[in-house]
Write a protein that binds this ligand. Sequence first.
Ligand SMILES: NC(=O)c1ccc[n+]([C@@H]2O[C@H](COP(=O)([O-])OP(=O)(O)OC[C@H]3O[C@@H](n4cnc5c(N)ncnc54)[C@H](OP(=O)(O)O)[C@@H]3O)[C@@H](O)[C@H]2O)c1
Length: 172
Amino acid sequence: MPNVILAAGPIARARNGVIGRDGTLPWRLKTDLAIFRAITMGKPVVMGRKTWDSLPRKPLVGRTNIVLSRDGSFAPKGALVCEDFSEAVAIAREQAEDDGASEVCVIGGASLFALALPKARRVYLTDVEAEVPGDVFLDAFDEAAWTEVRAKRHEASDDDEYAFVTRVLERR
Ligand SMILES: NC(=O)c1ccc[n+]([C@@H]2O[C@H](COP(=O)([O-])OP(=O)(O)OC[C@H]3O[C@@H](n4cnc5c(N)ncnc54)[C@H](OP(=O)(O)O)[C@@H]3O)[C@@H](O)[C@H]2O)c1
């Protein structure tokens, strides 16, 4: 299945690297959530168990939800569970092939991004223009290894607490 792209993200990160706080997102960015939905719709999504727990509505509809957990007794309704990241990606790729989807998205959290970034061909990144308190951080990654192919700035508004830039990076 070489044609299915492995993508990391969408990842939304603050200037100080924060991506999460108290098991949820540390900001209100309605427009970015809509962009997340549009990017991932119809594609298999792979996430960590804590990200699954954080979803207000589960599963994410219109997407095969694959959750990584070491807990053999974990059996969430509406998701497949895997104990191994490579296996999760392999299952997601097969599902994408079956569905005619072009890519698989690894949607977090930090531990899943750390596993996906070395292997991904594309990164969907939202740079949030704020420094916020938090307890989950995205590991620094070498942006020189990536080419930015798209970027769009969104102003803060009633819907979006902070300004942010949505970016698409492809591996050089
Ligand atoms: N800003 C963003 O873009 C973004 C995106 C996603 C999530 N978040 C935020 O990030 C936070 C959650 O992220 P997190 O990093 O704490 O947790 P996470 O990556 O969502 O989940 C961690 C869990 O995944 C399982 N896991 C991780 N690596 C594994 C492996 N190699 N093999 C098997 N299972 C594995 C384990 O589950 P078990 O404990 O069940 O074994 C582990 O406790 C929340 O605050 C969420 O809102 C932010």
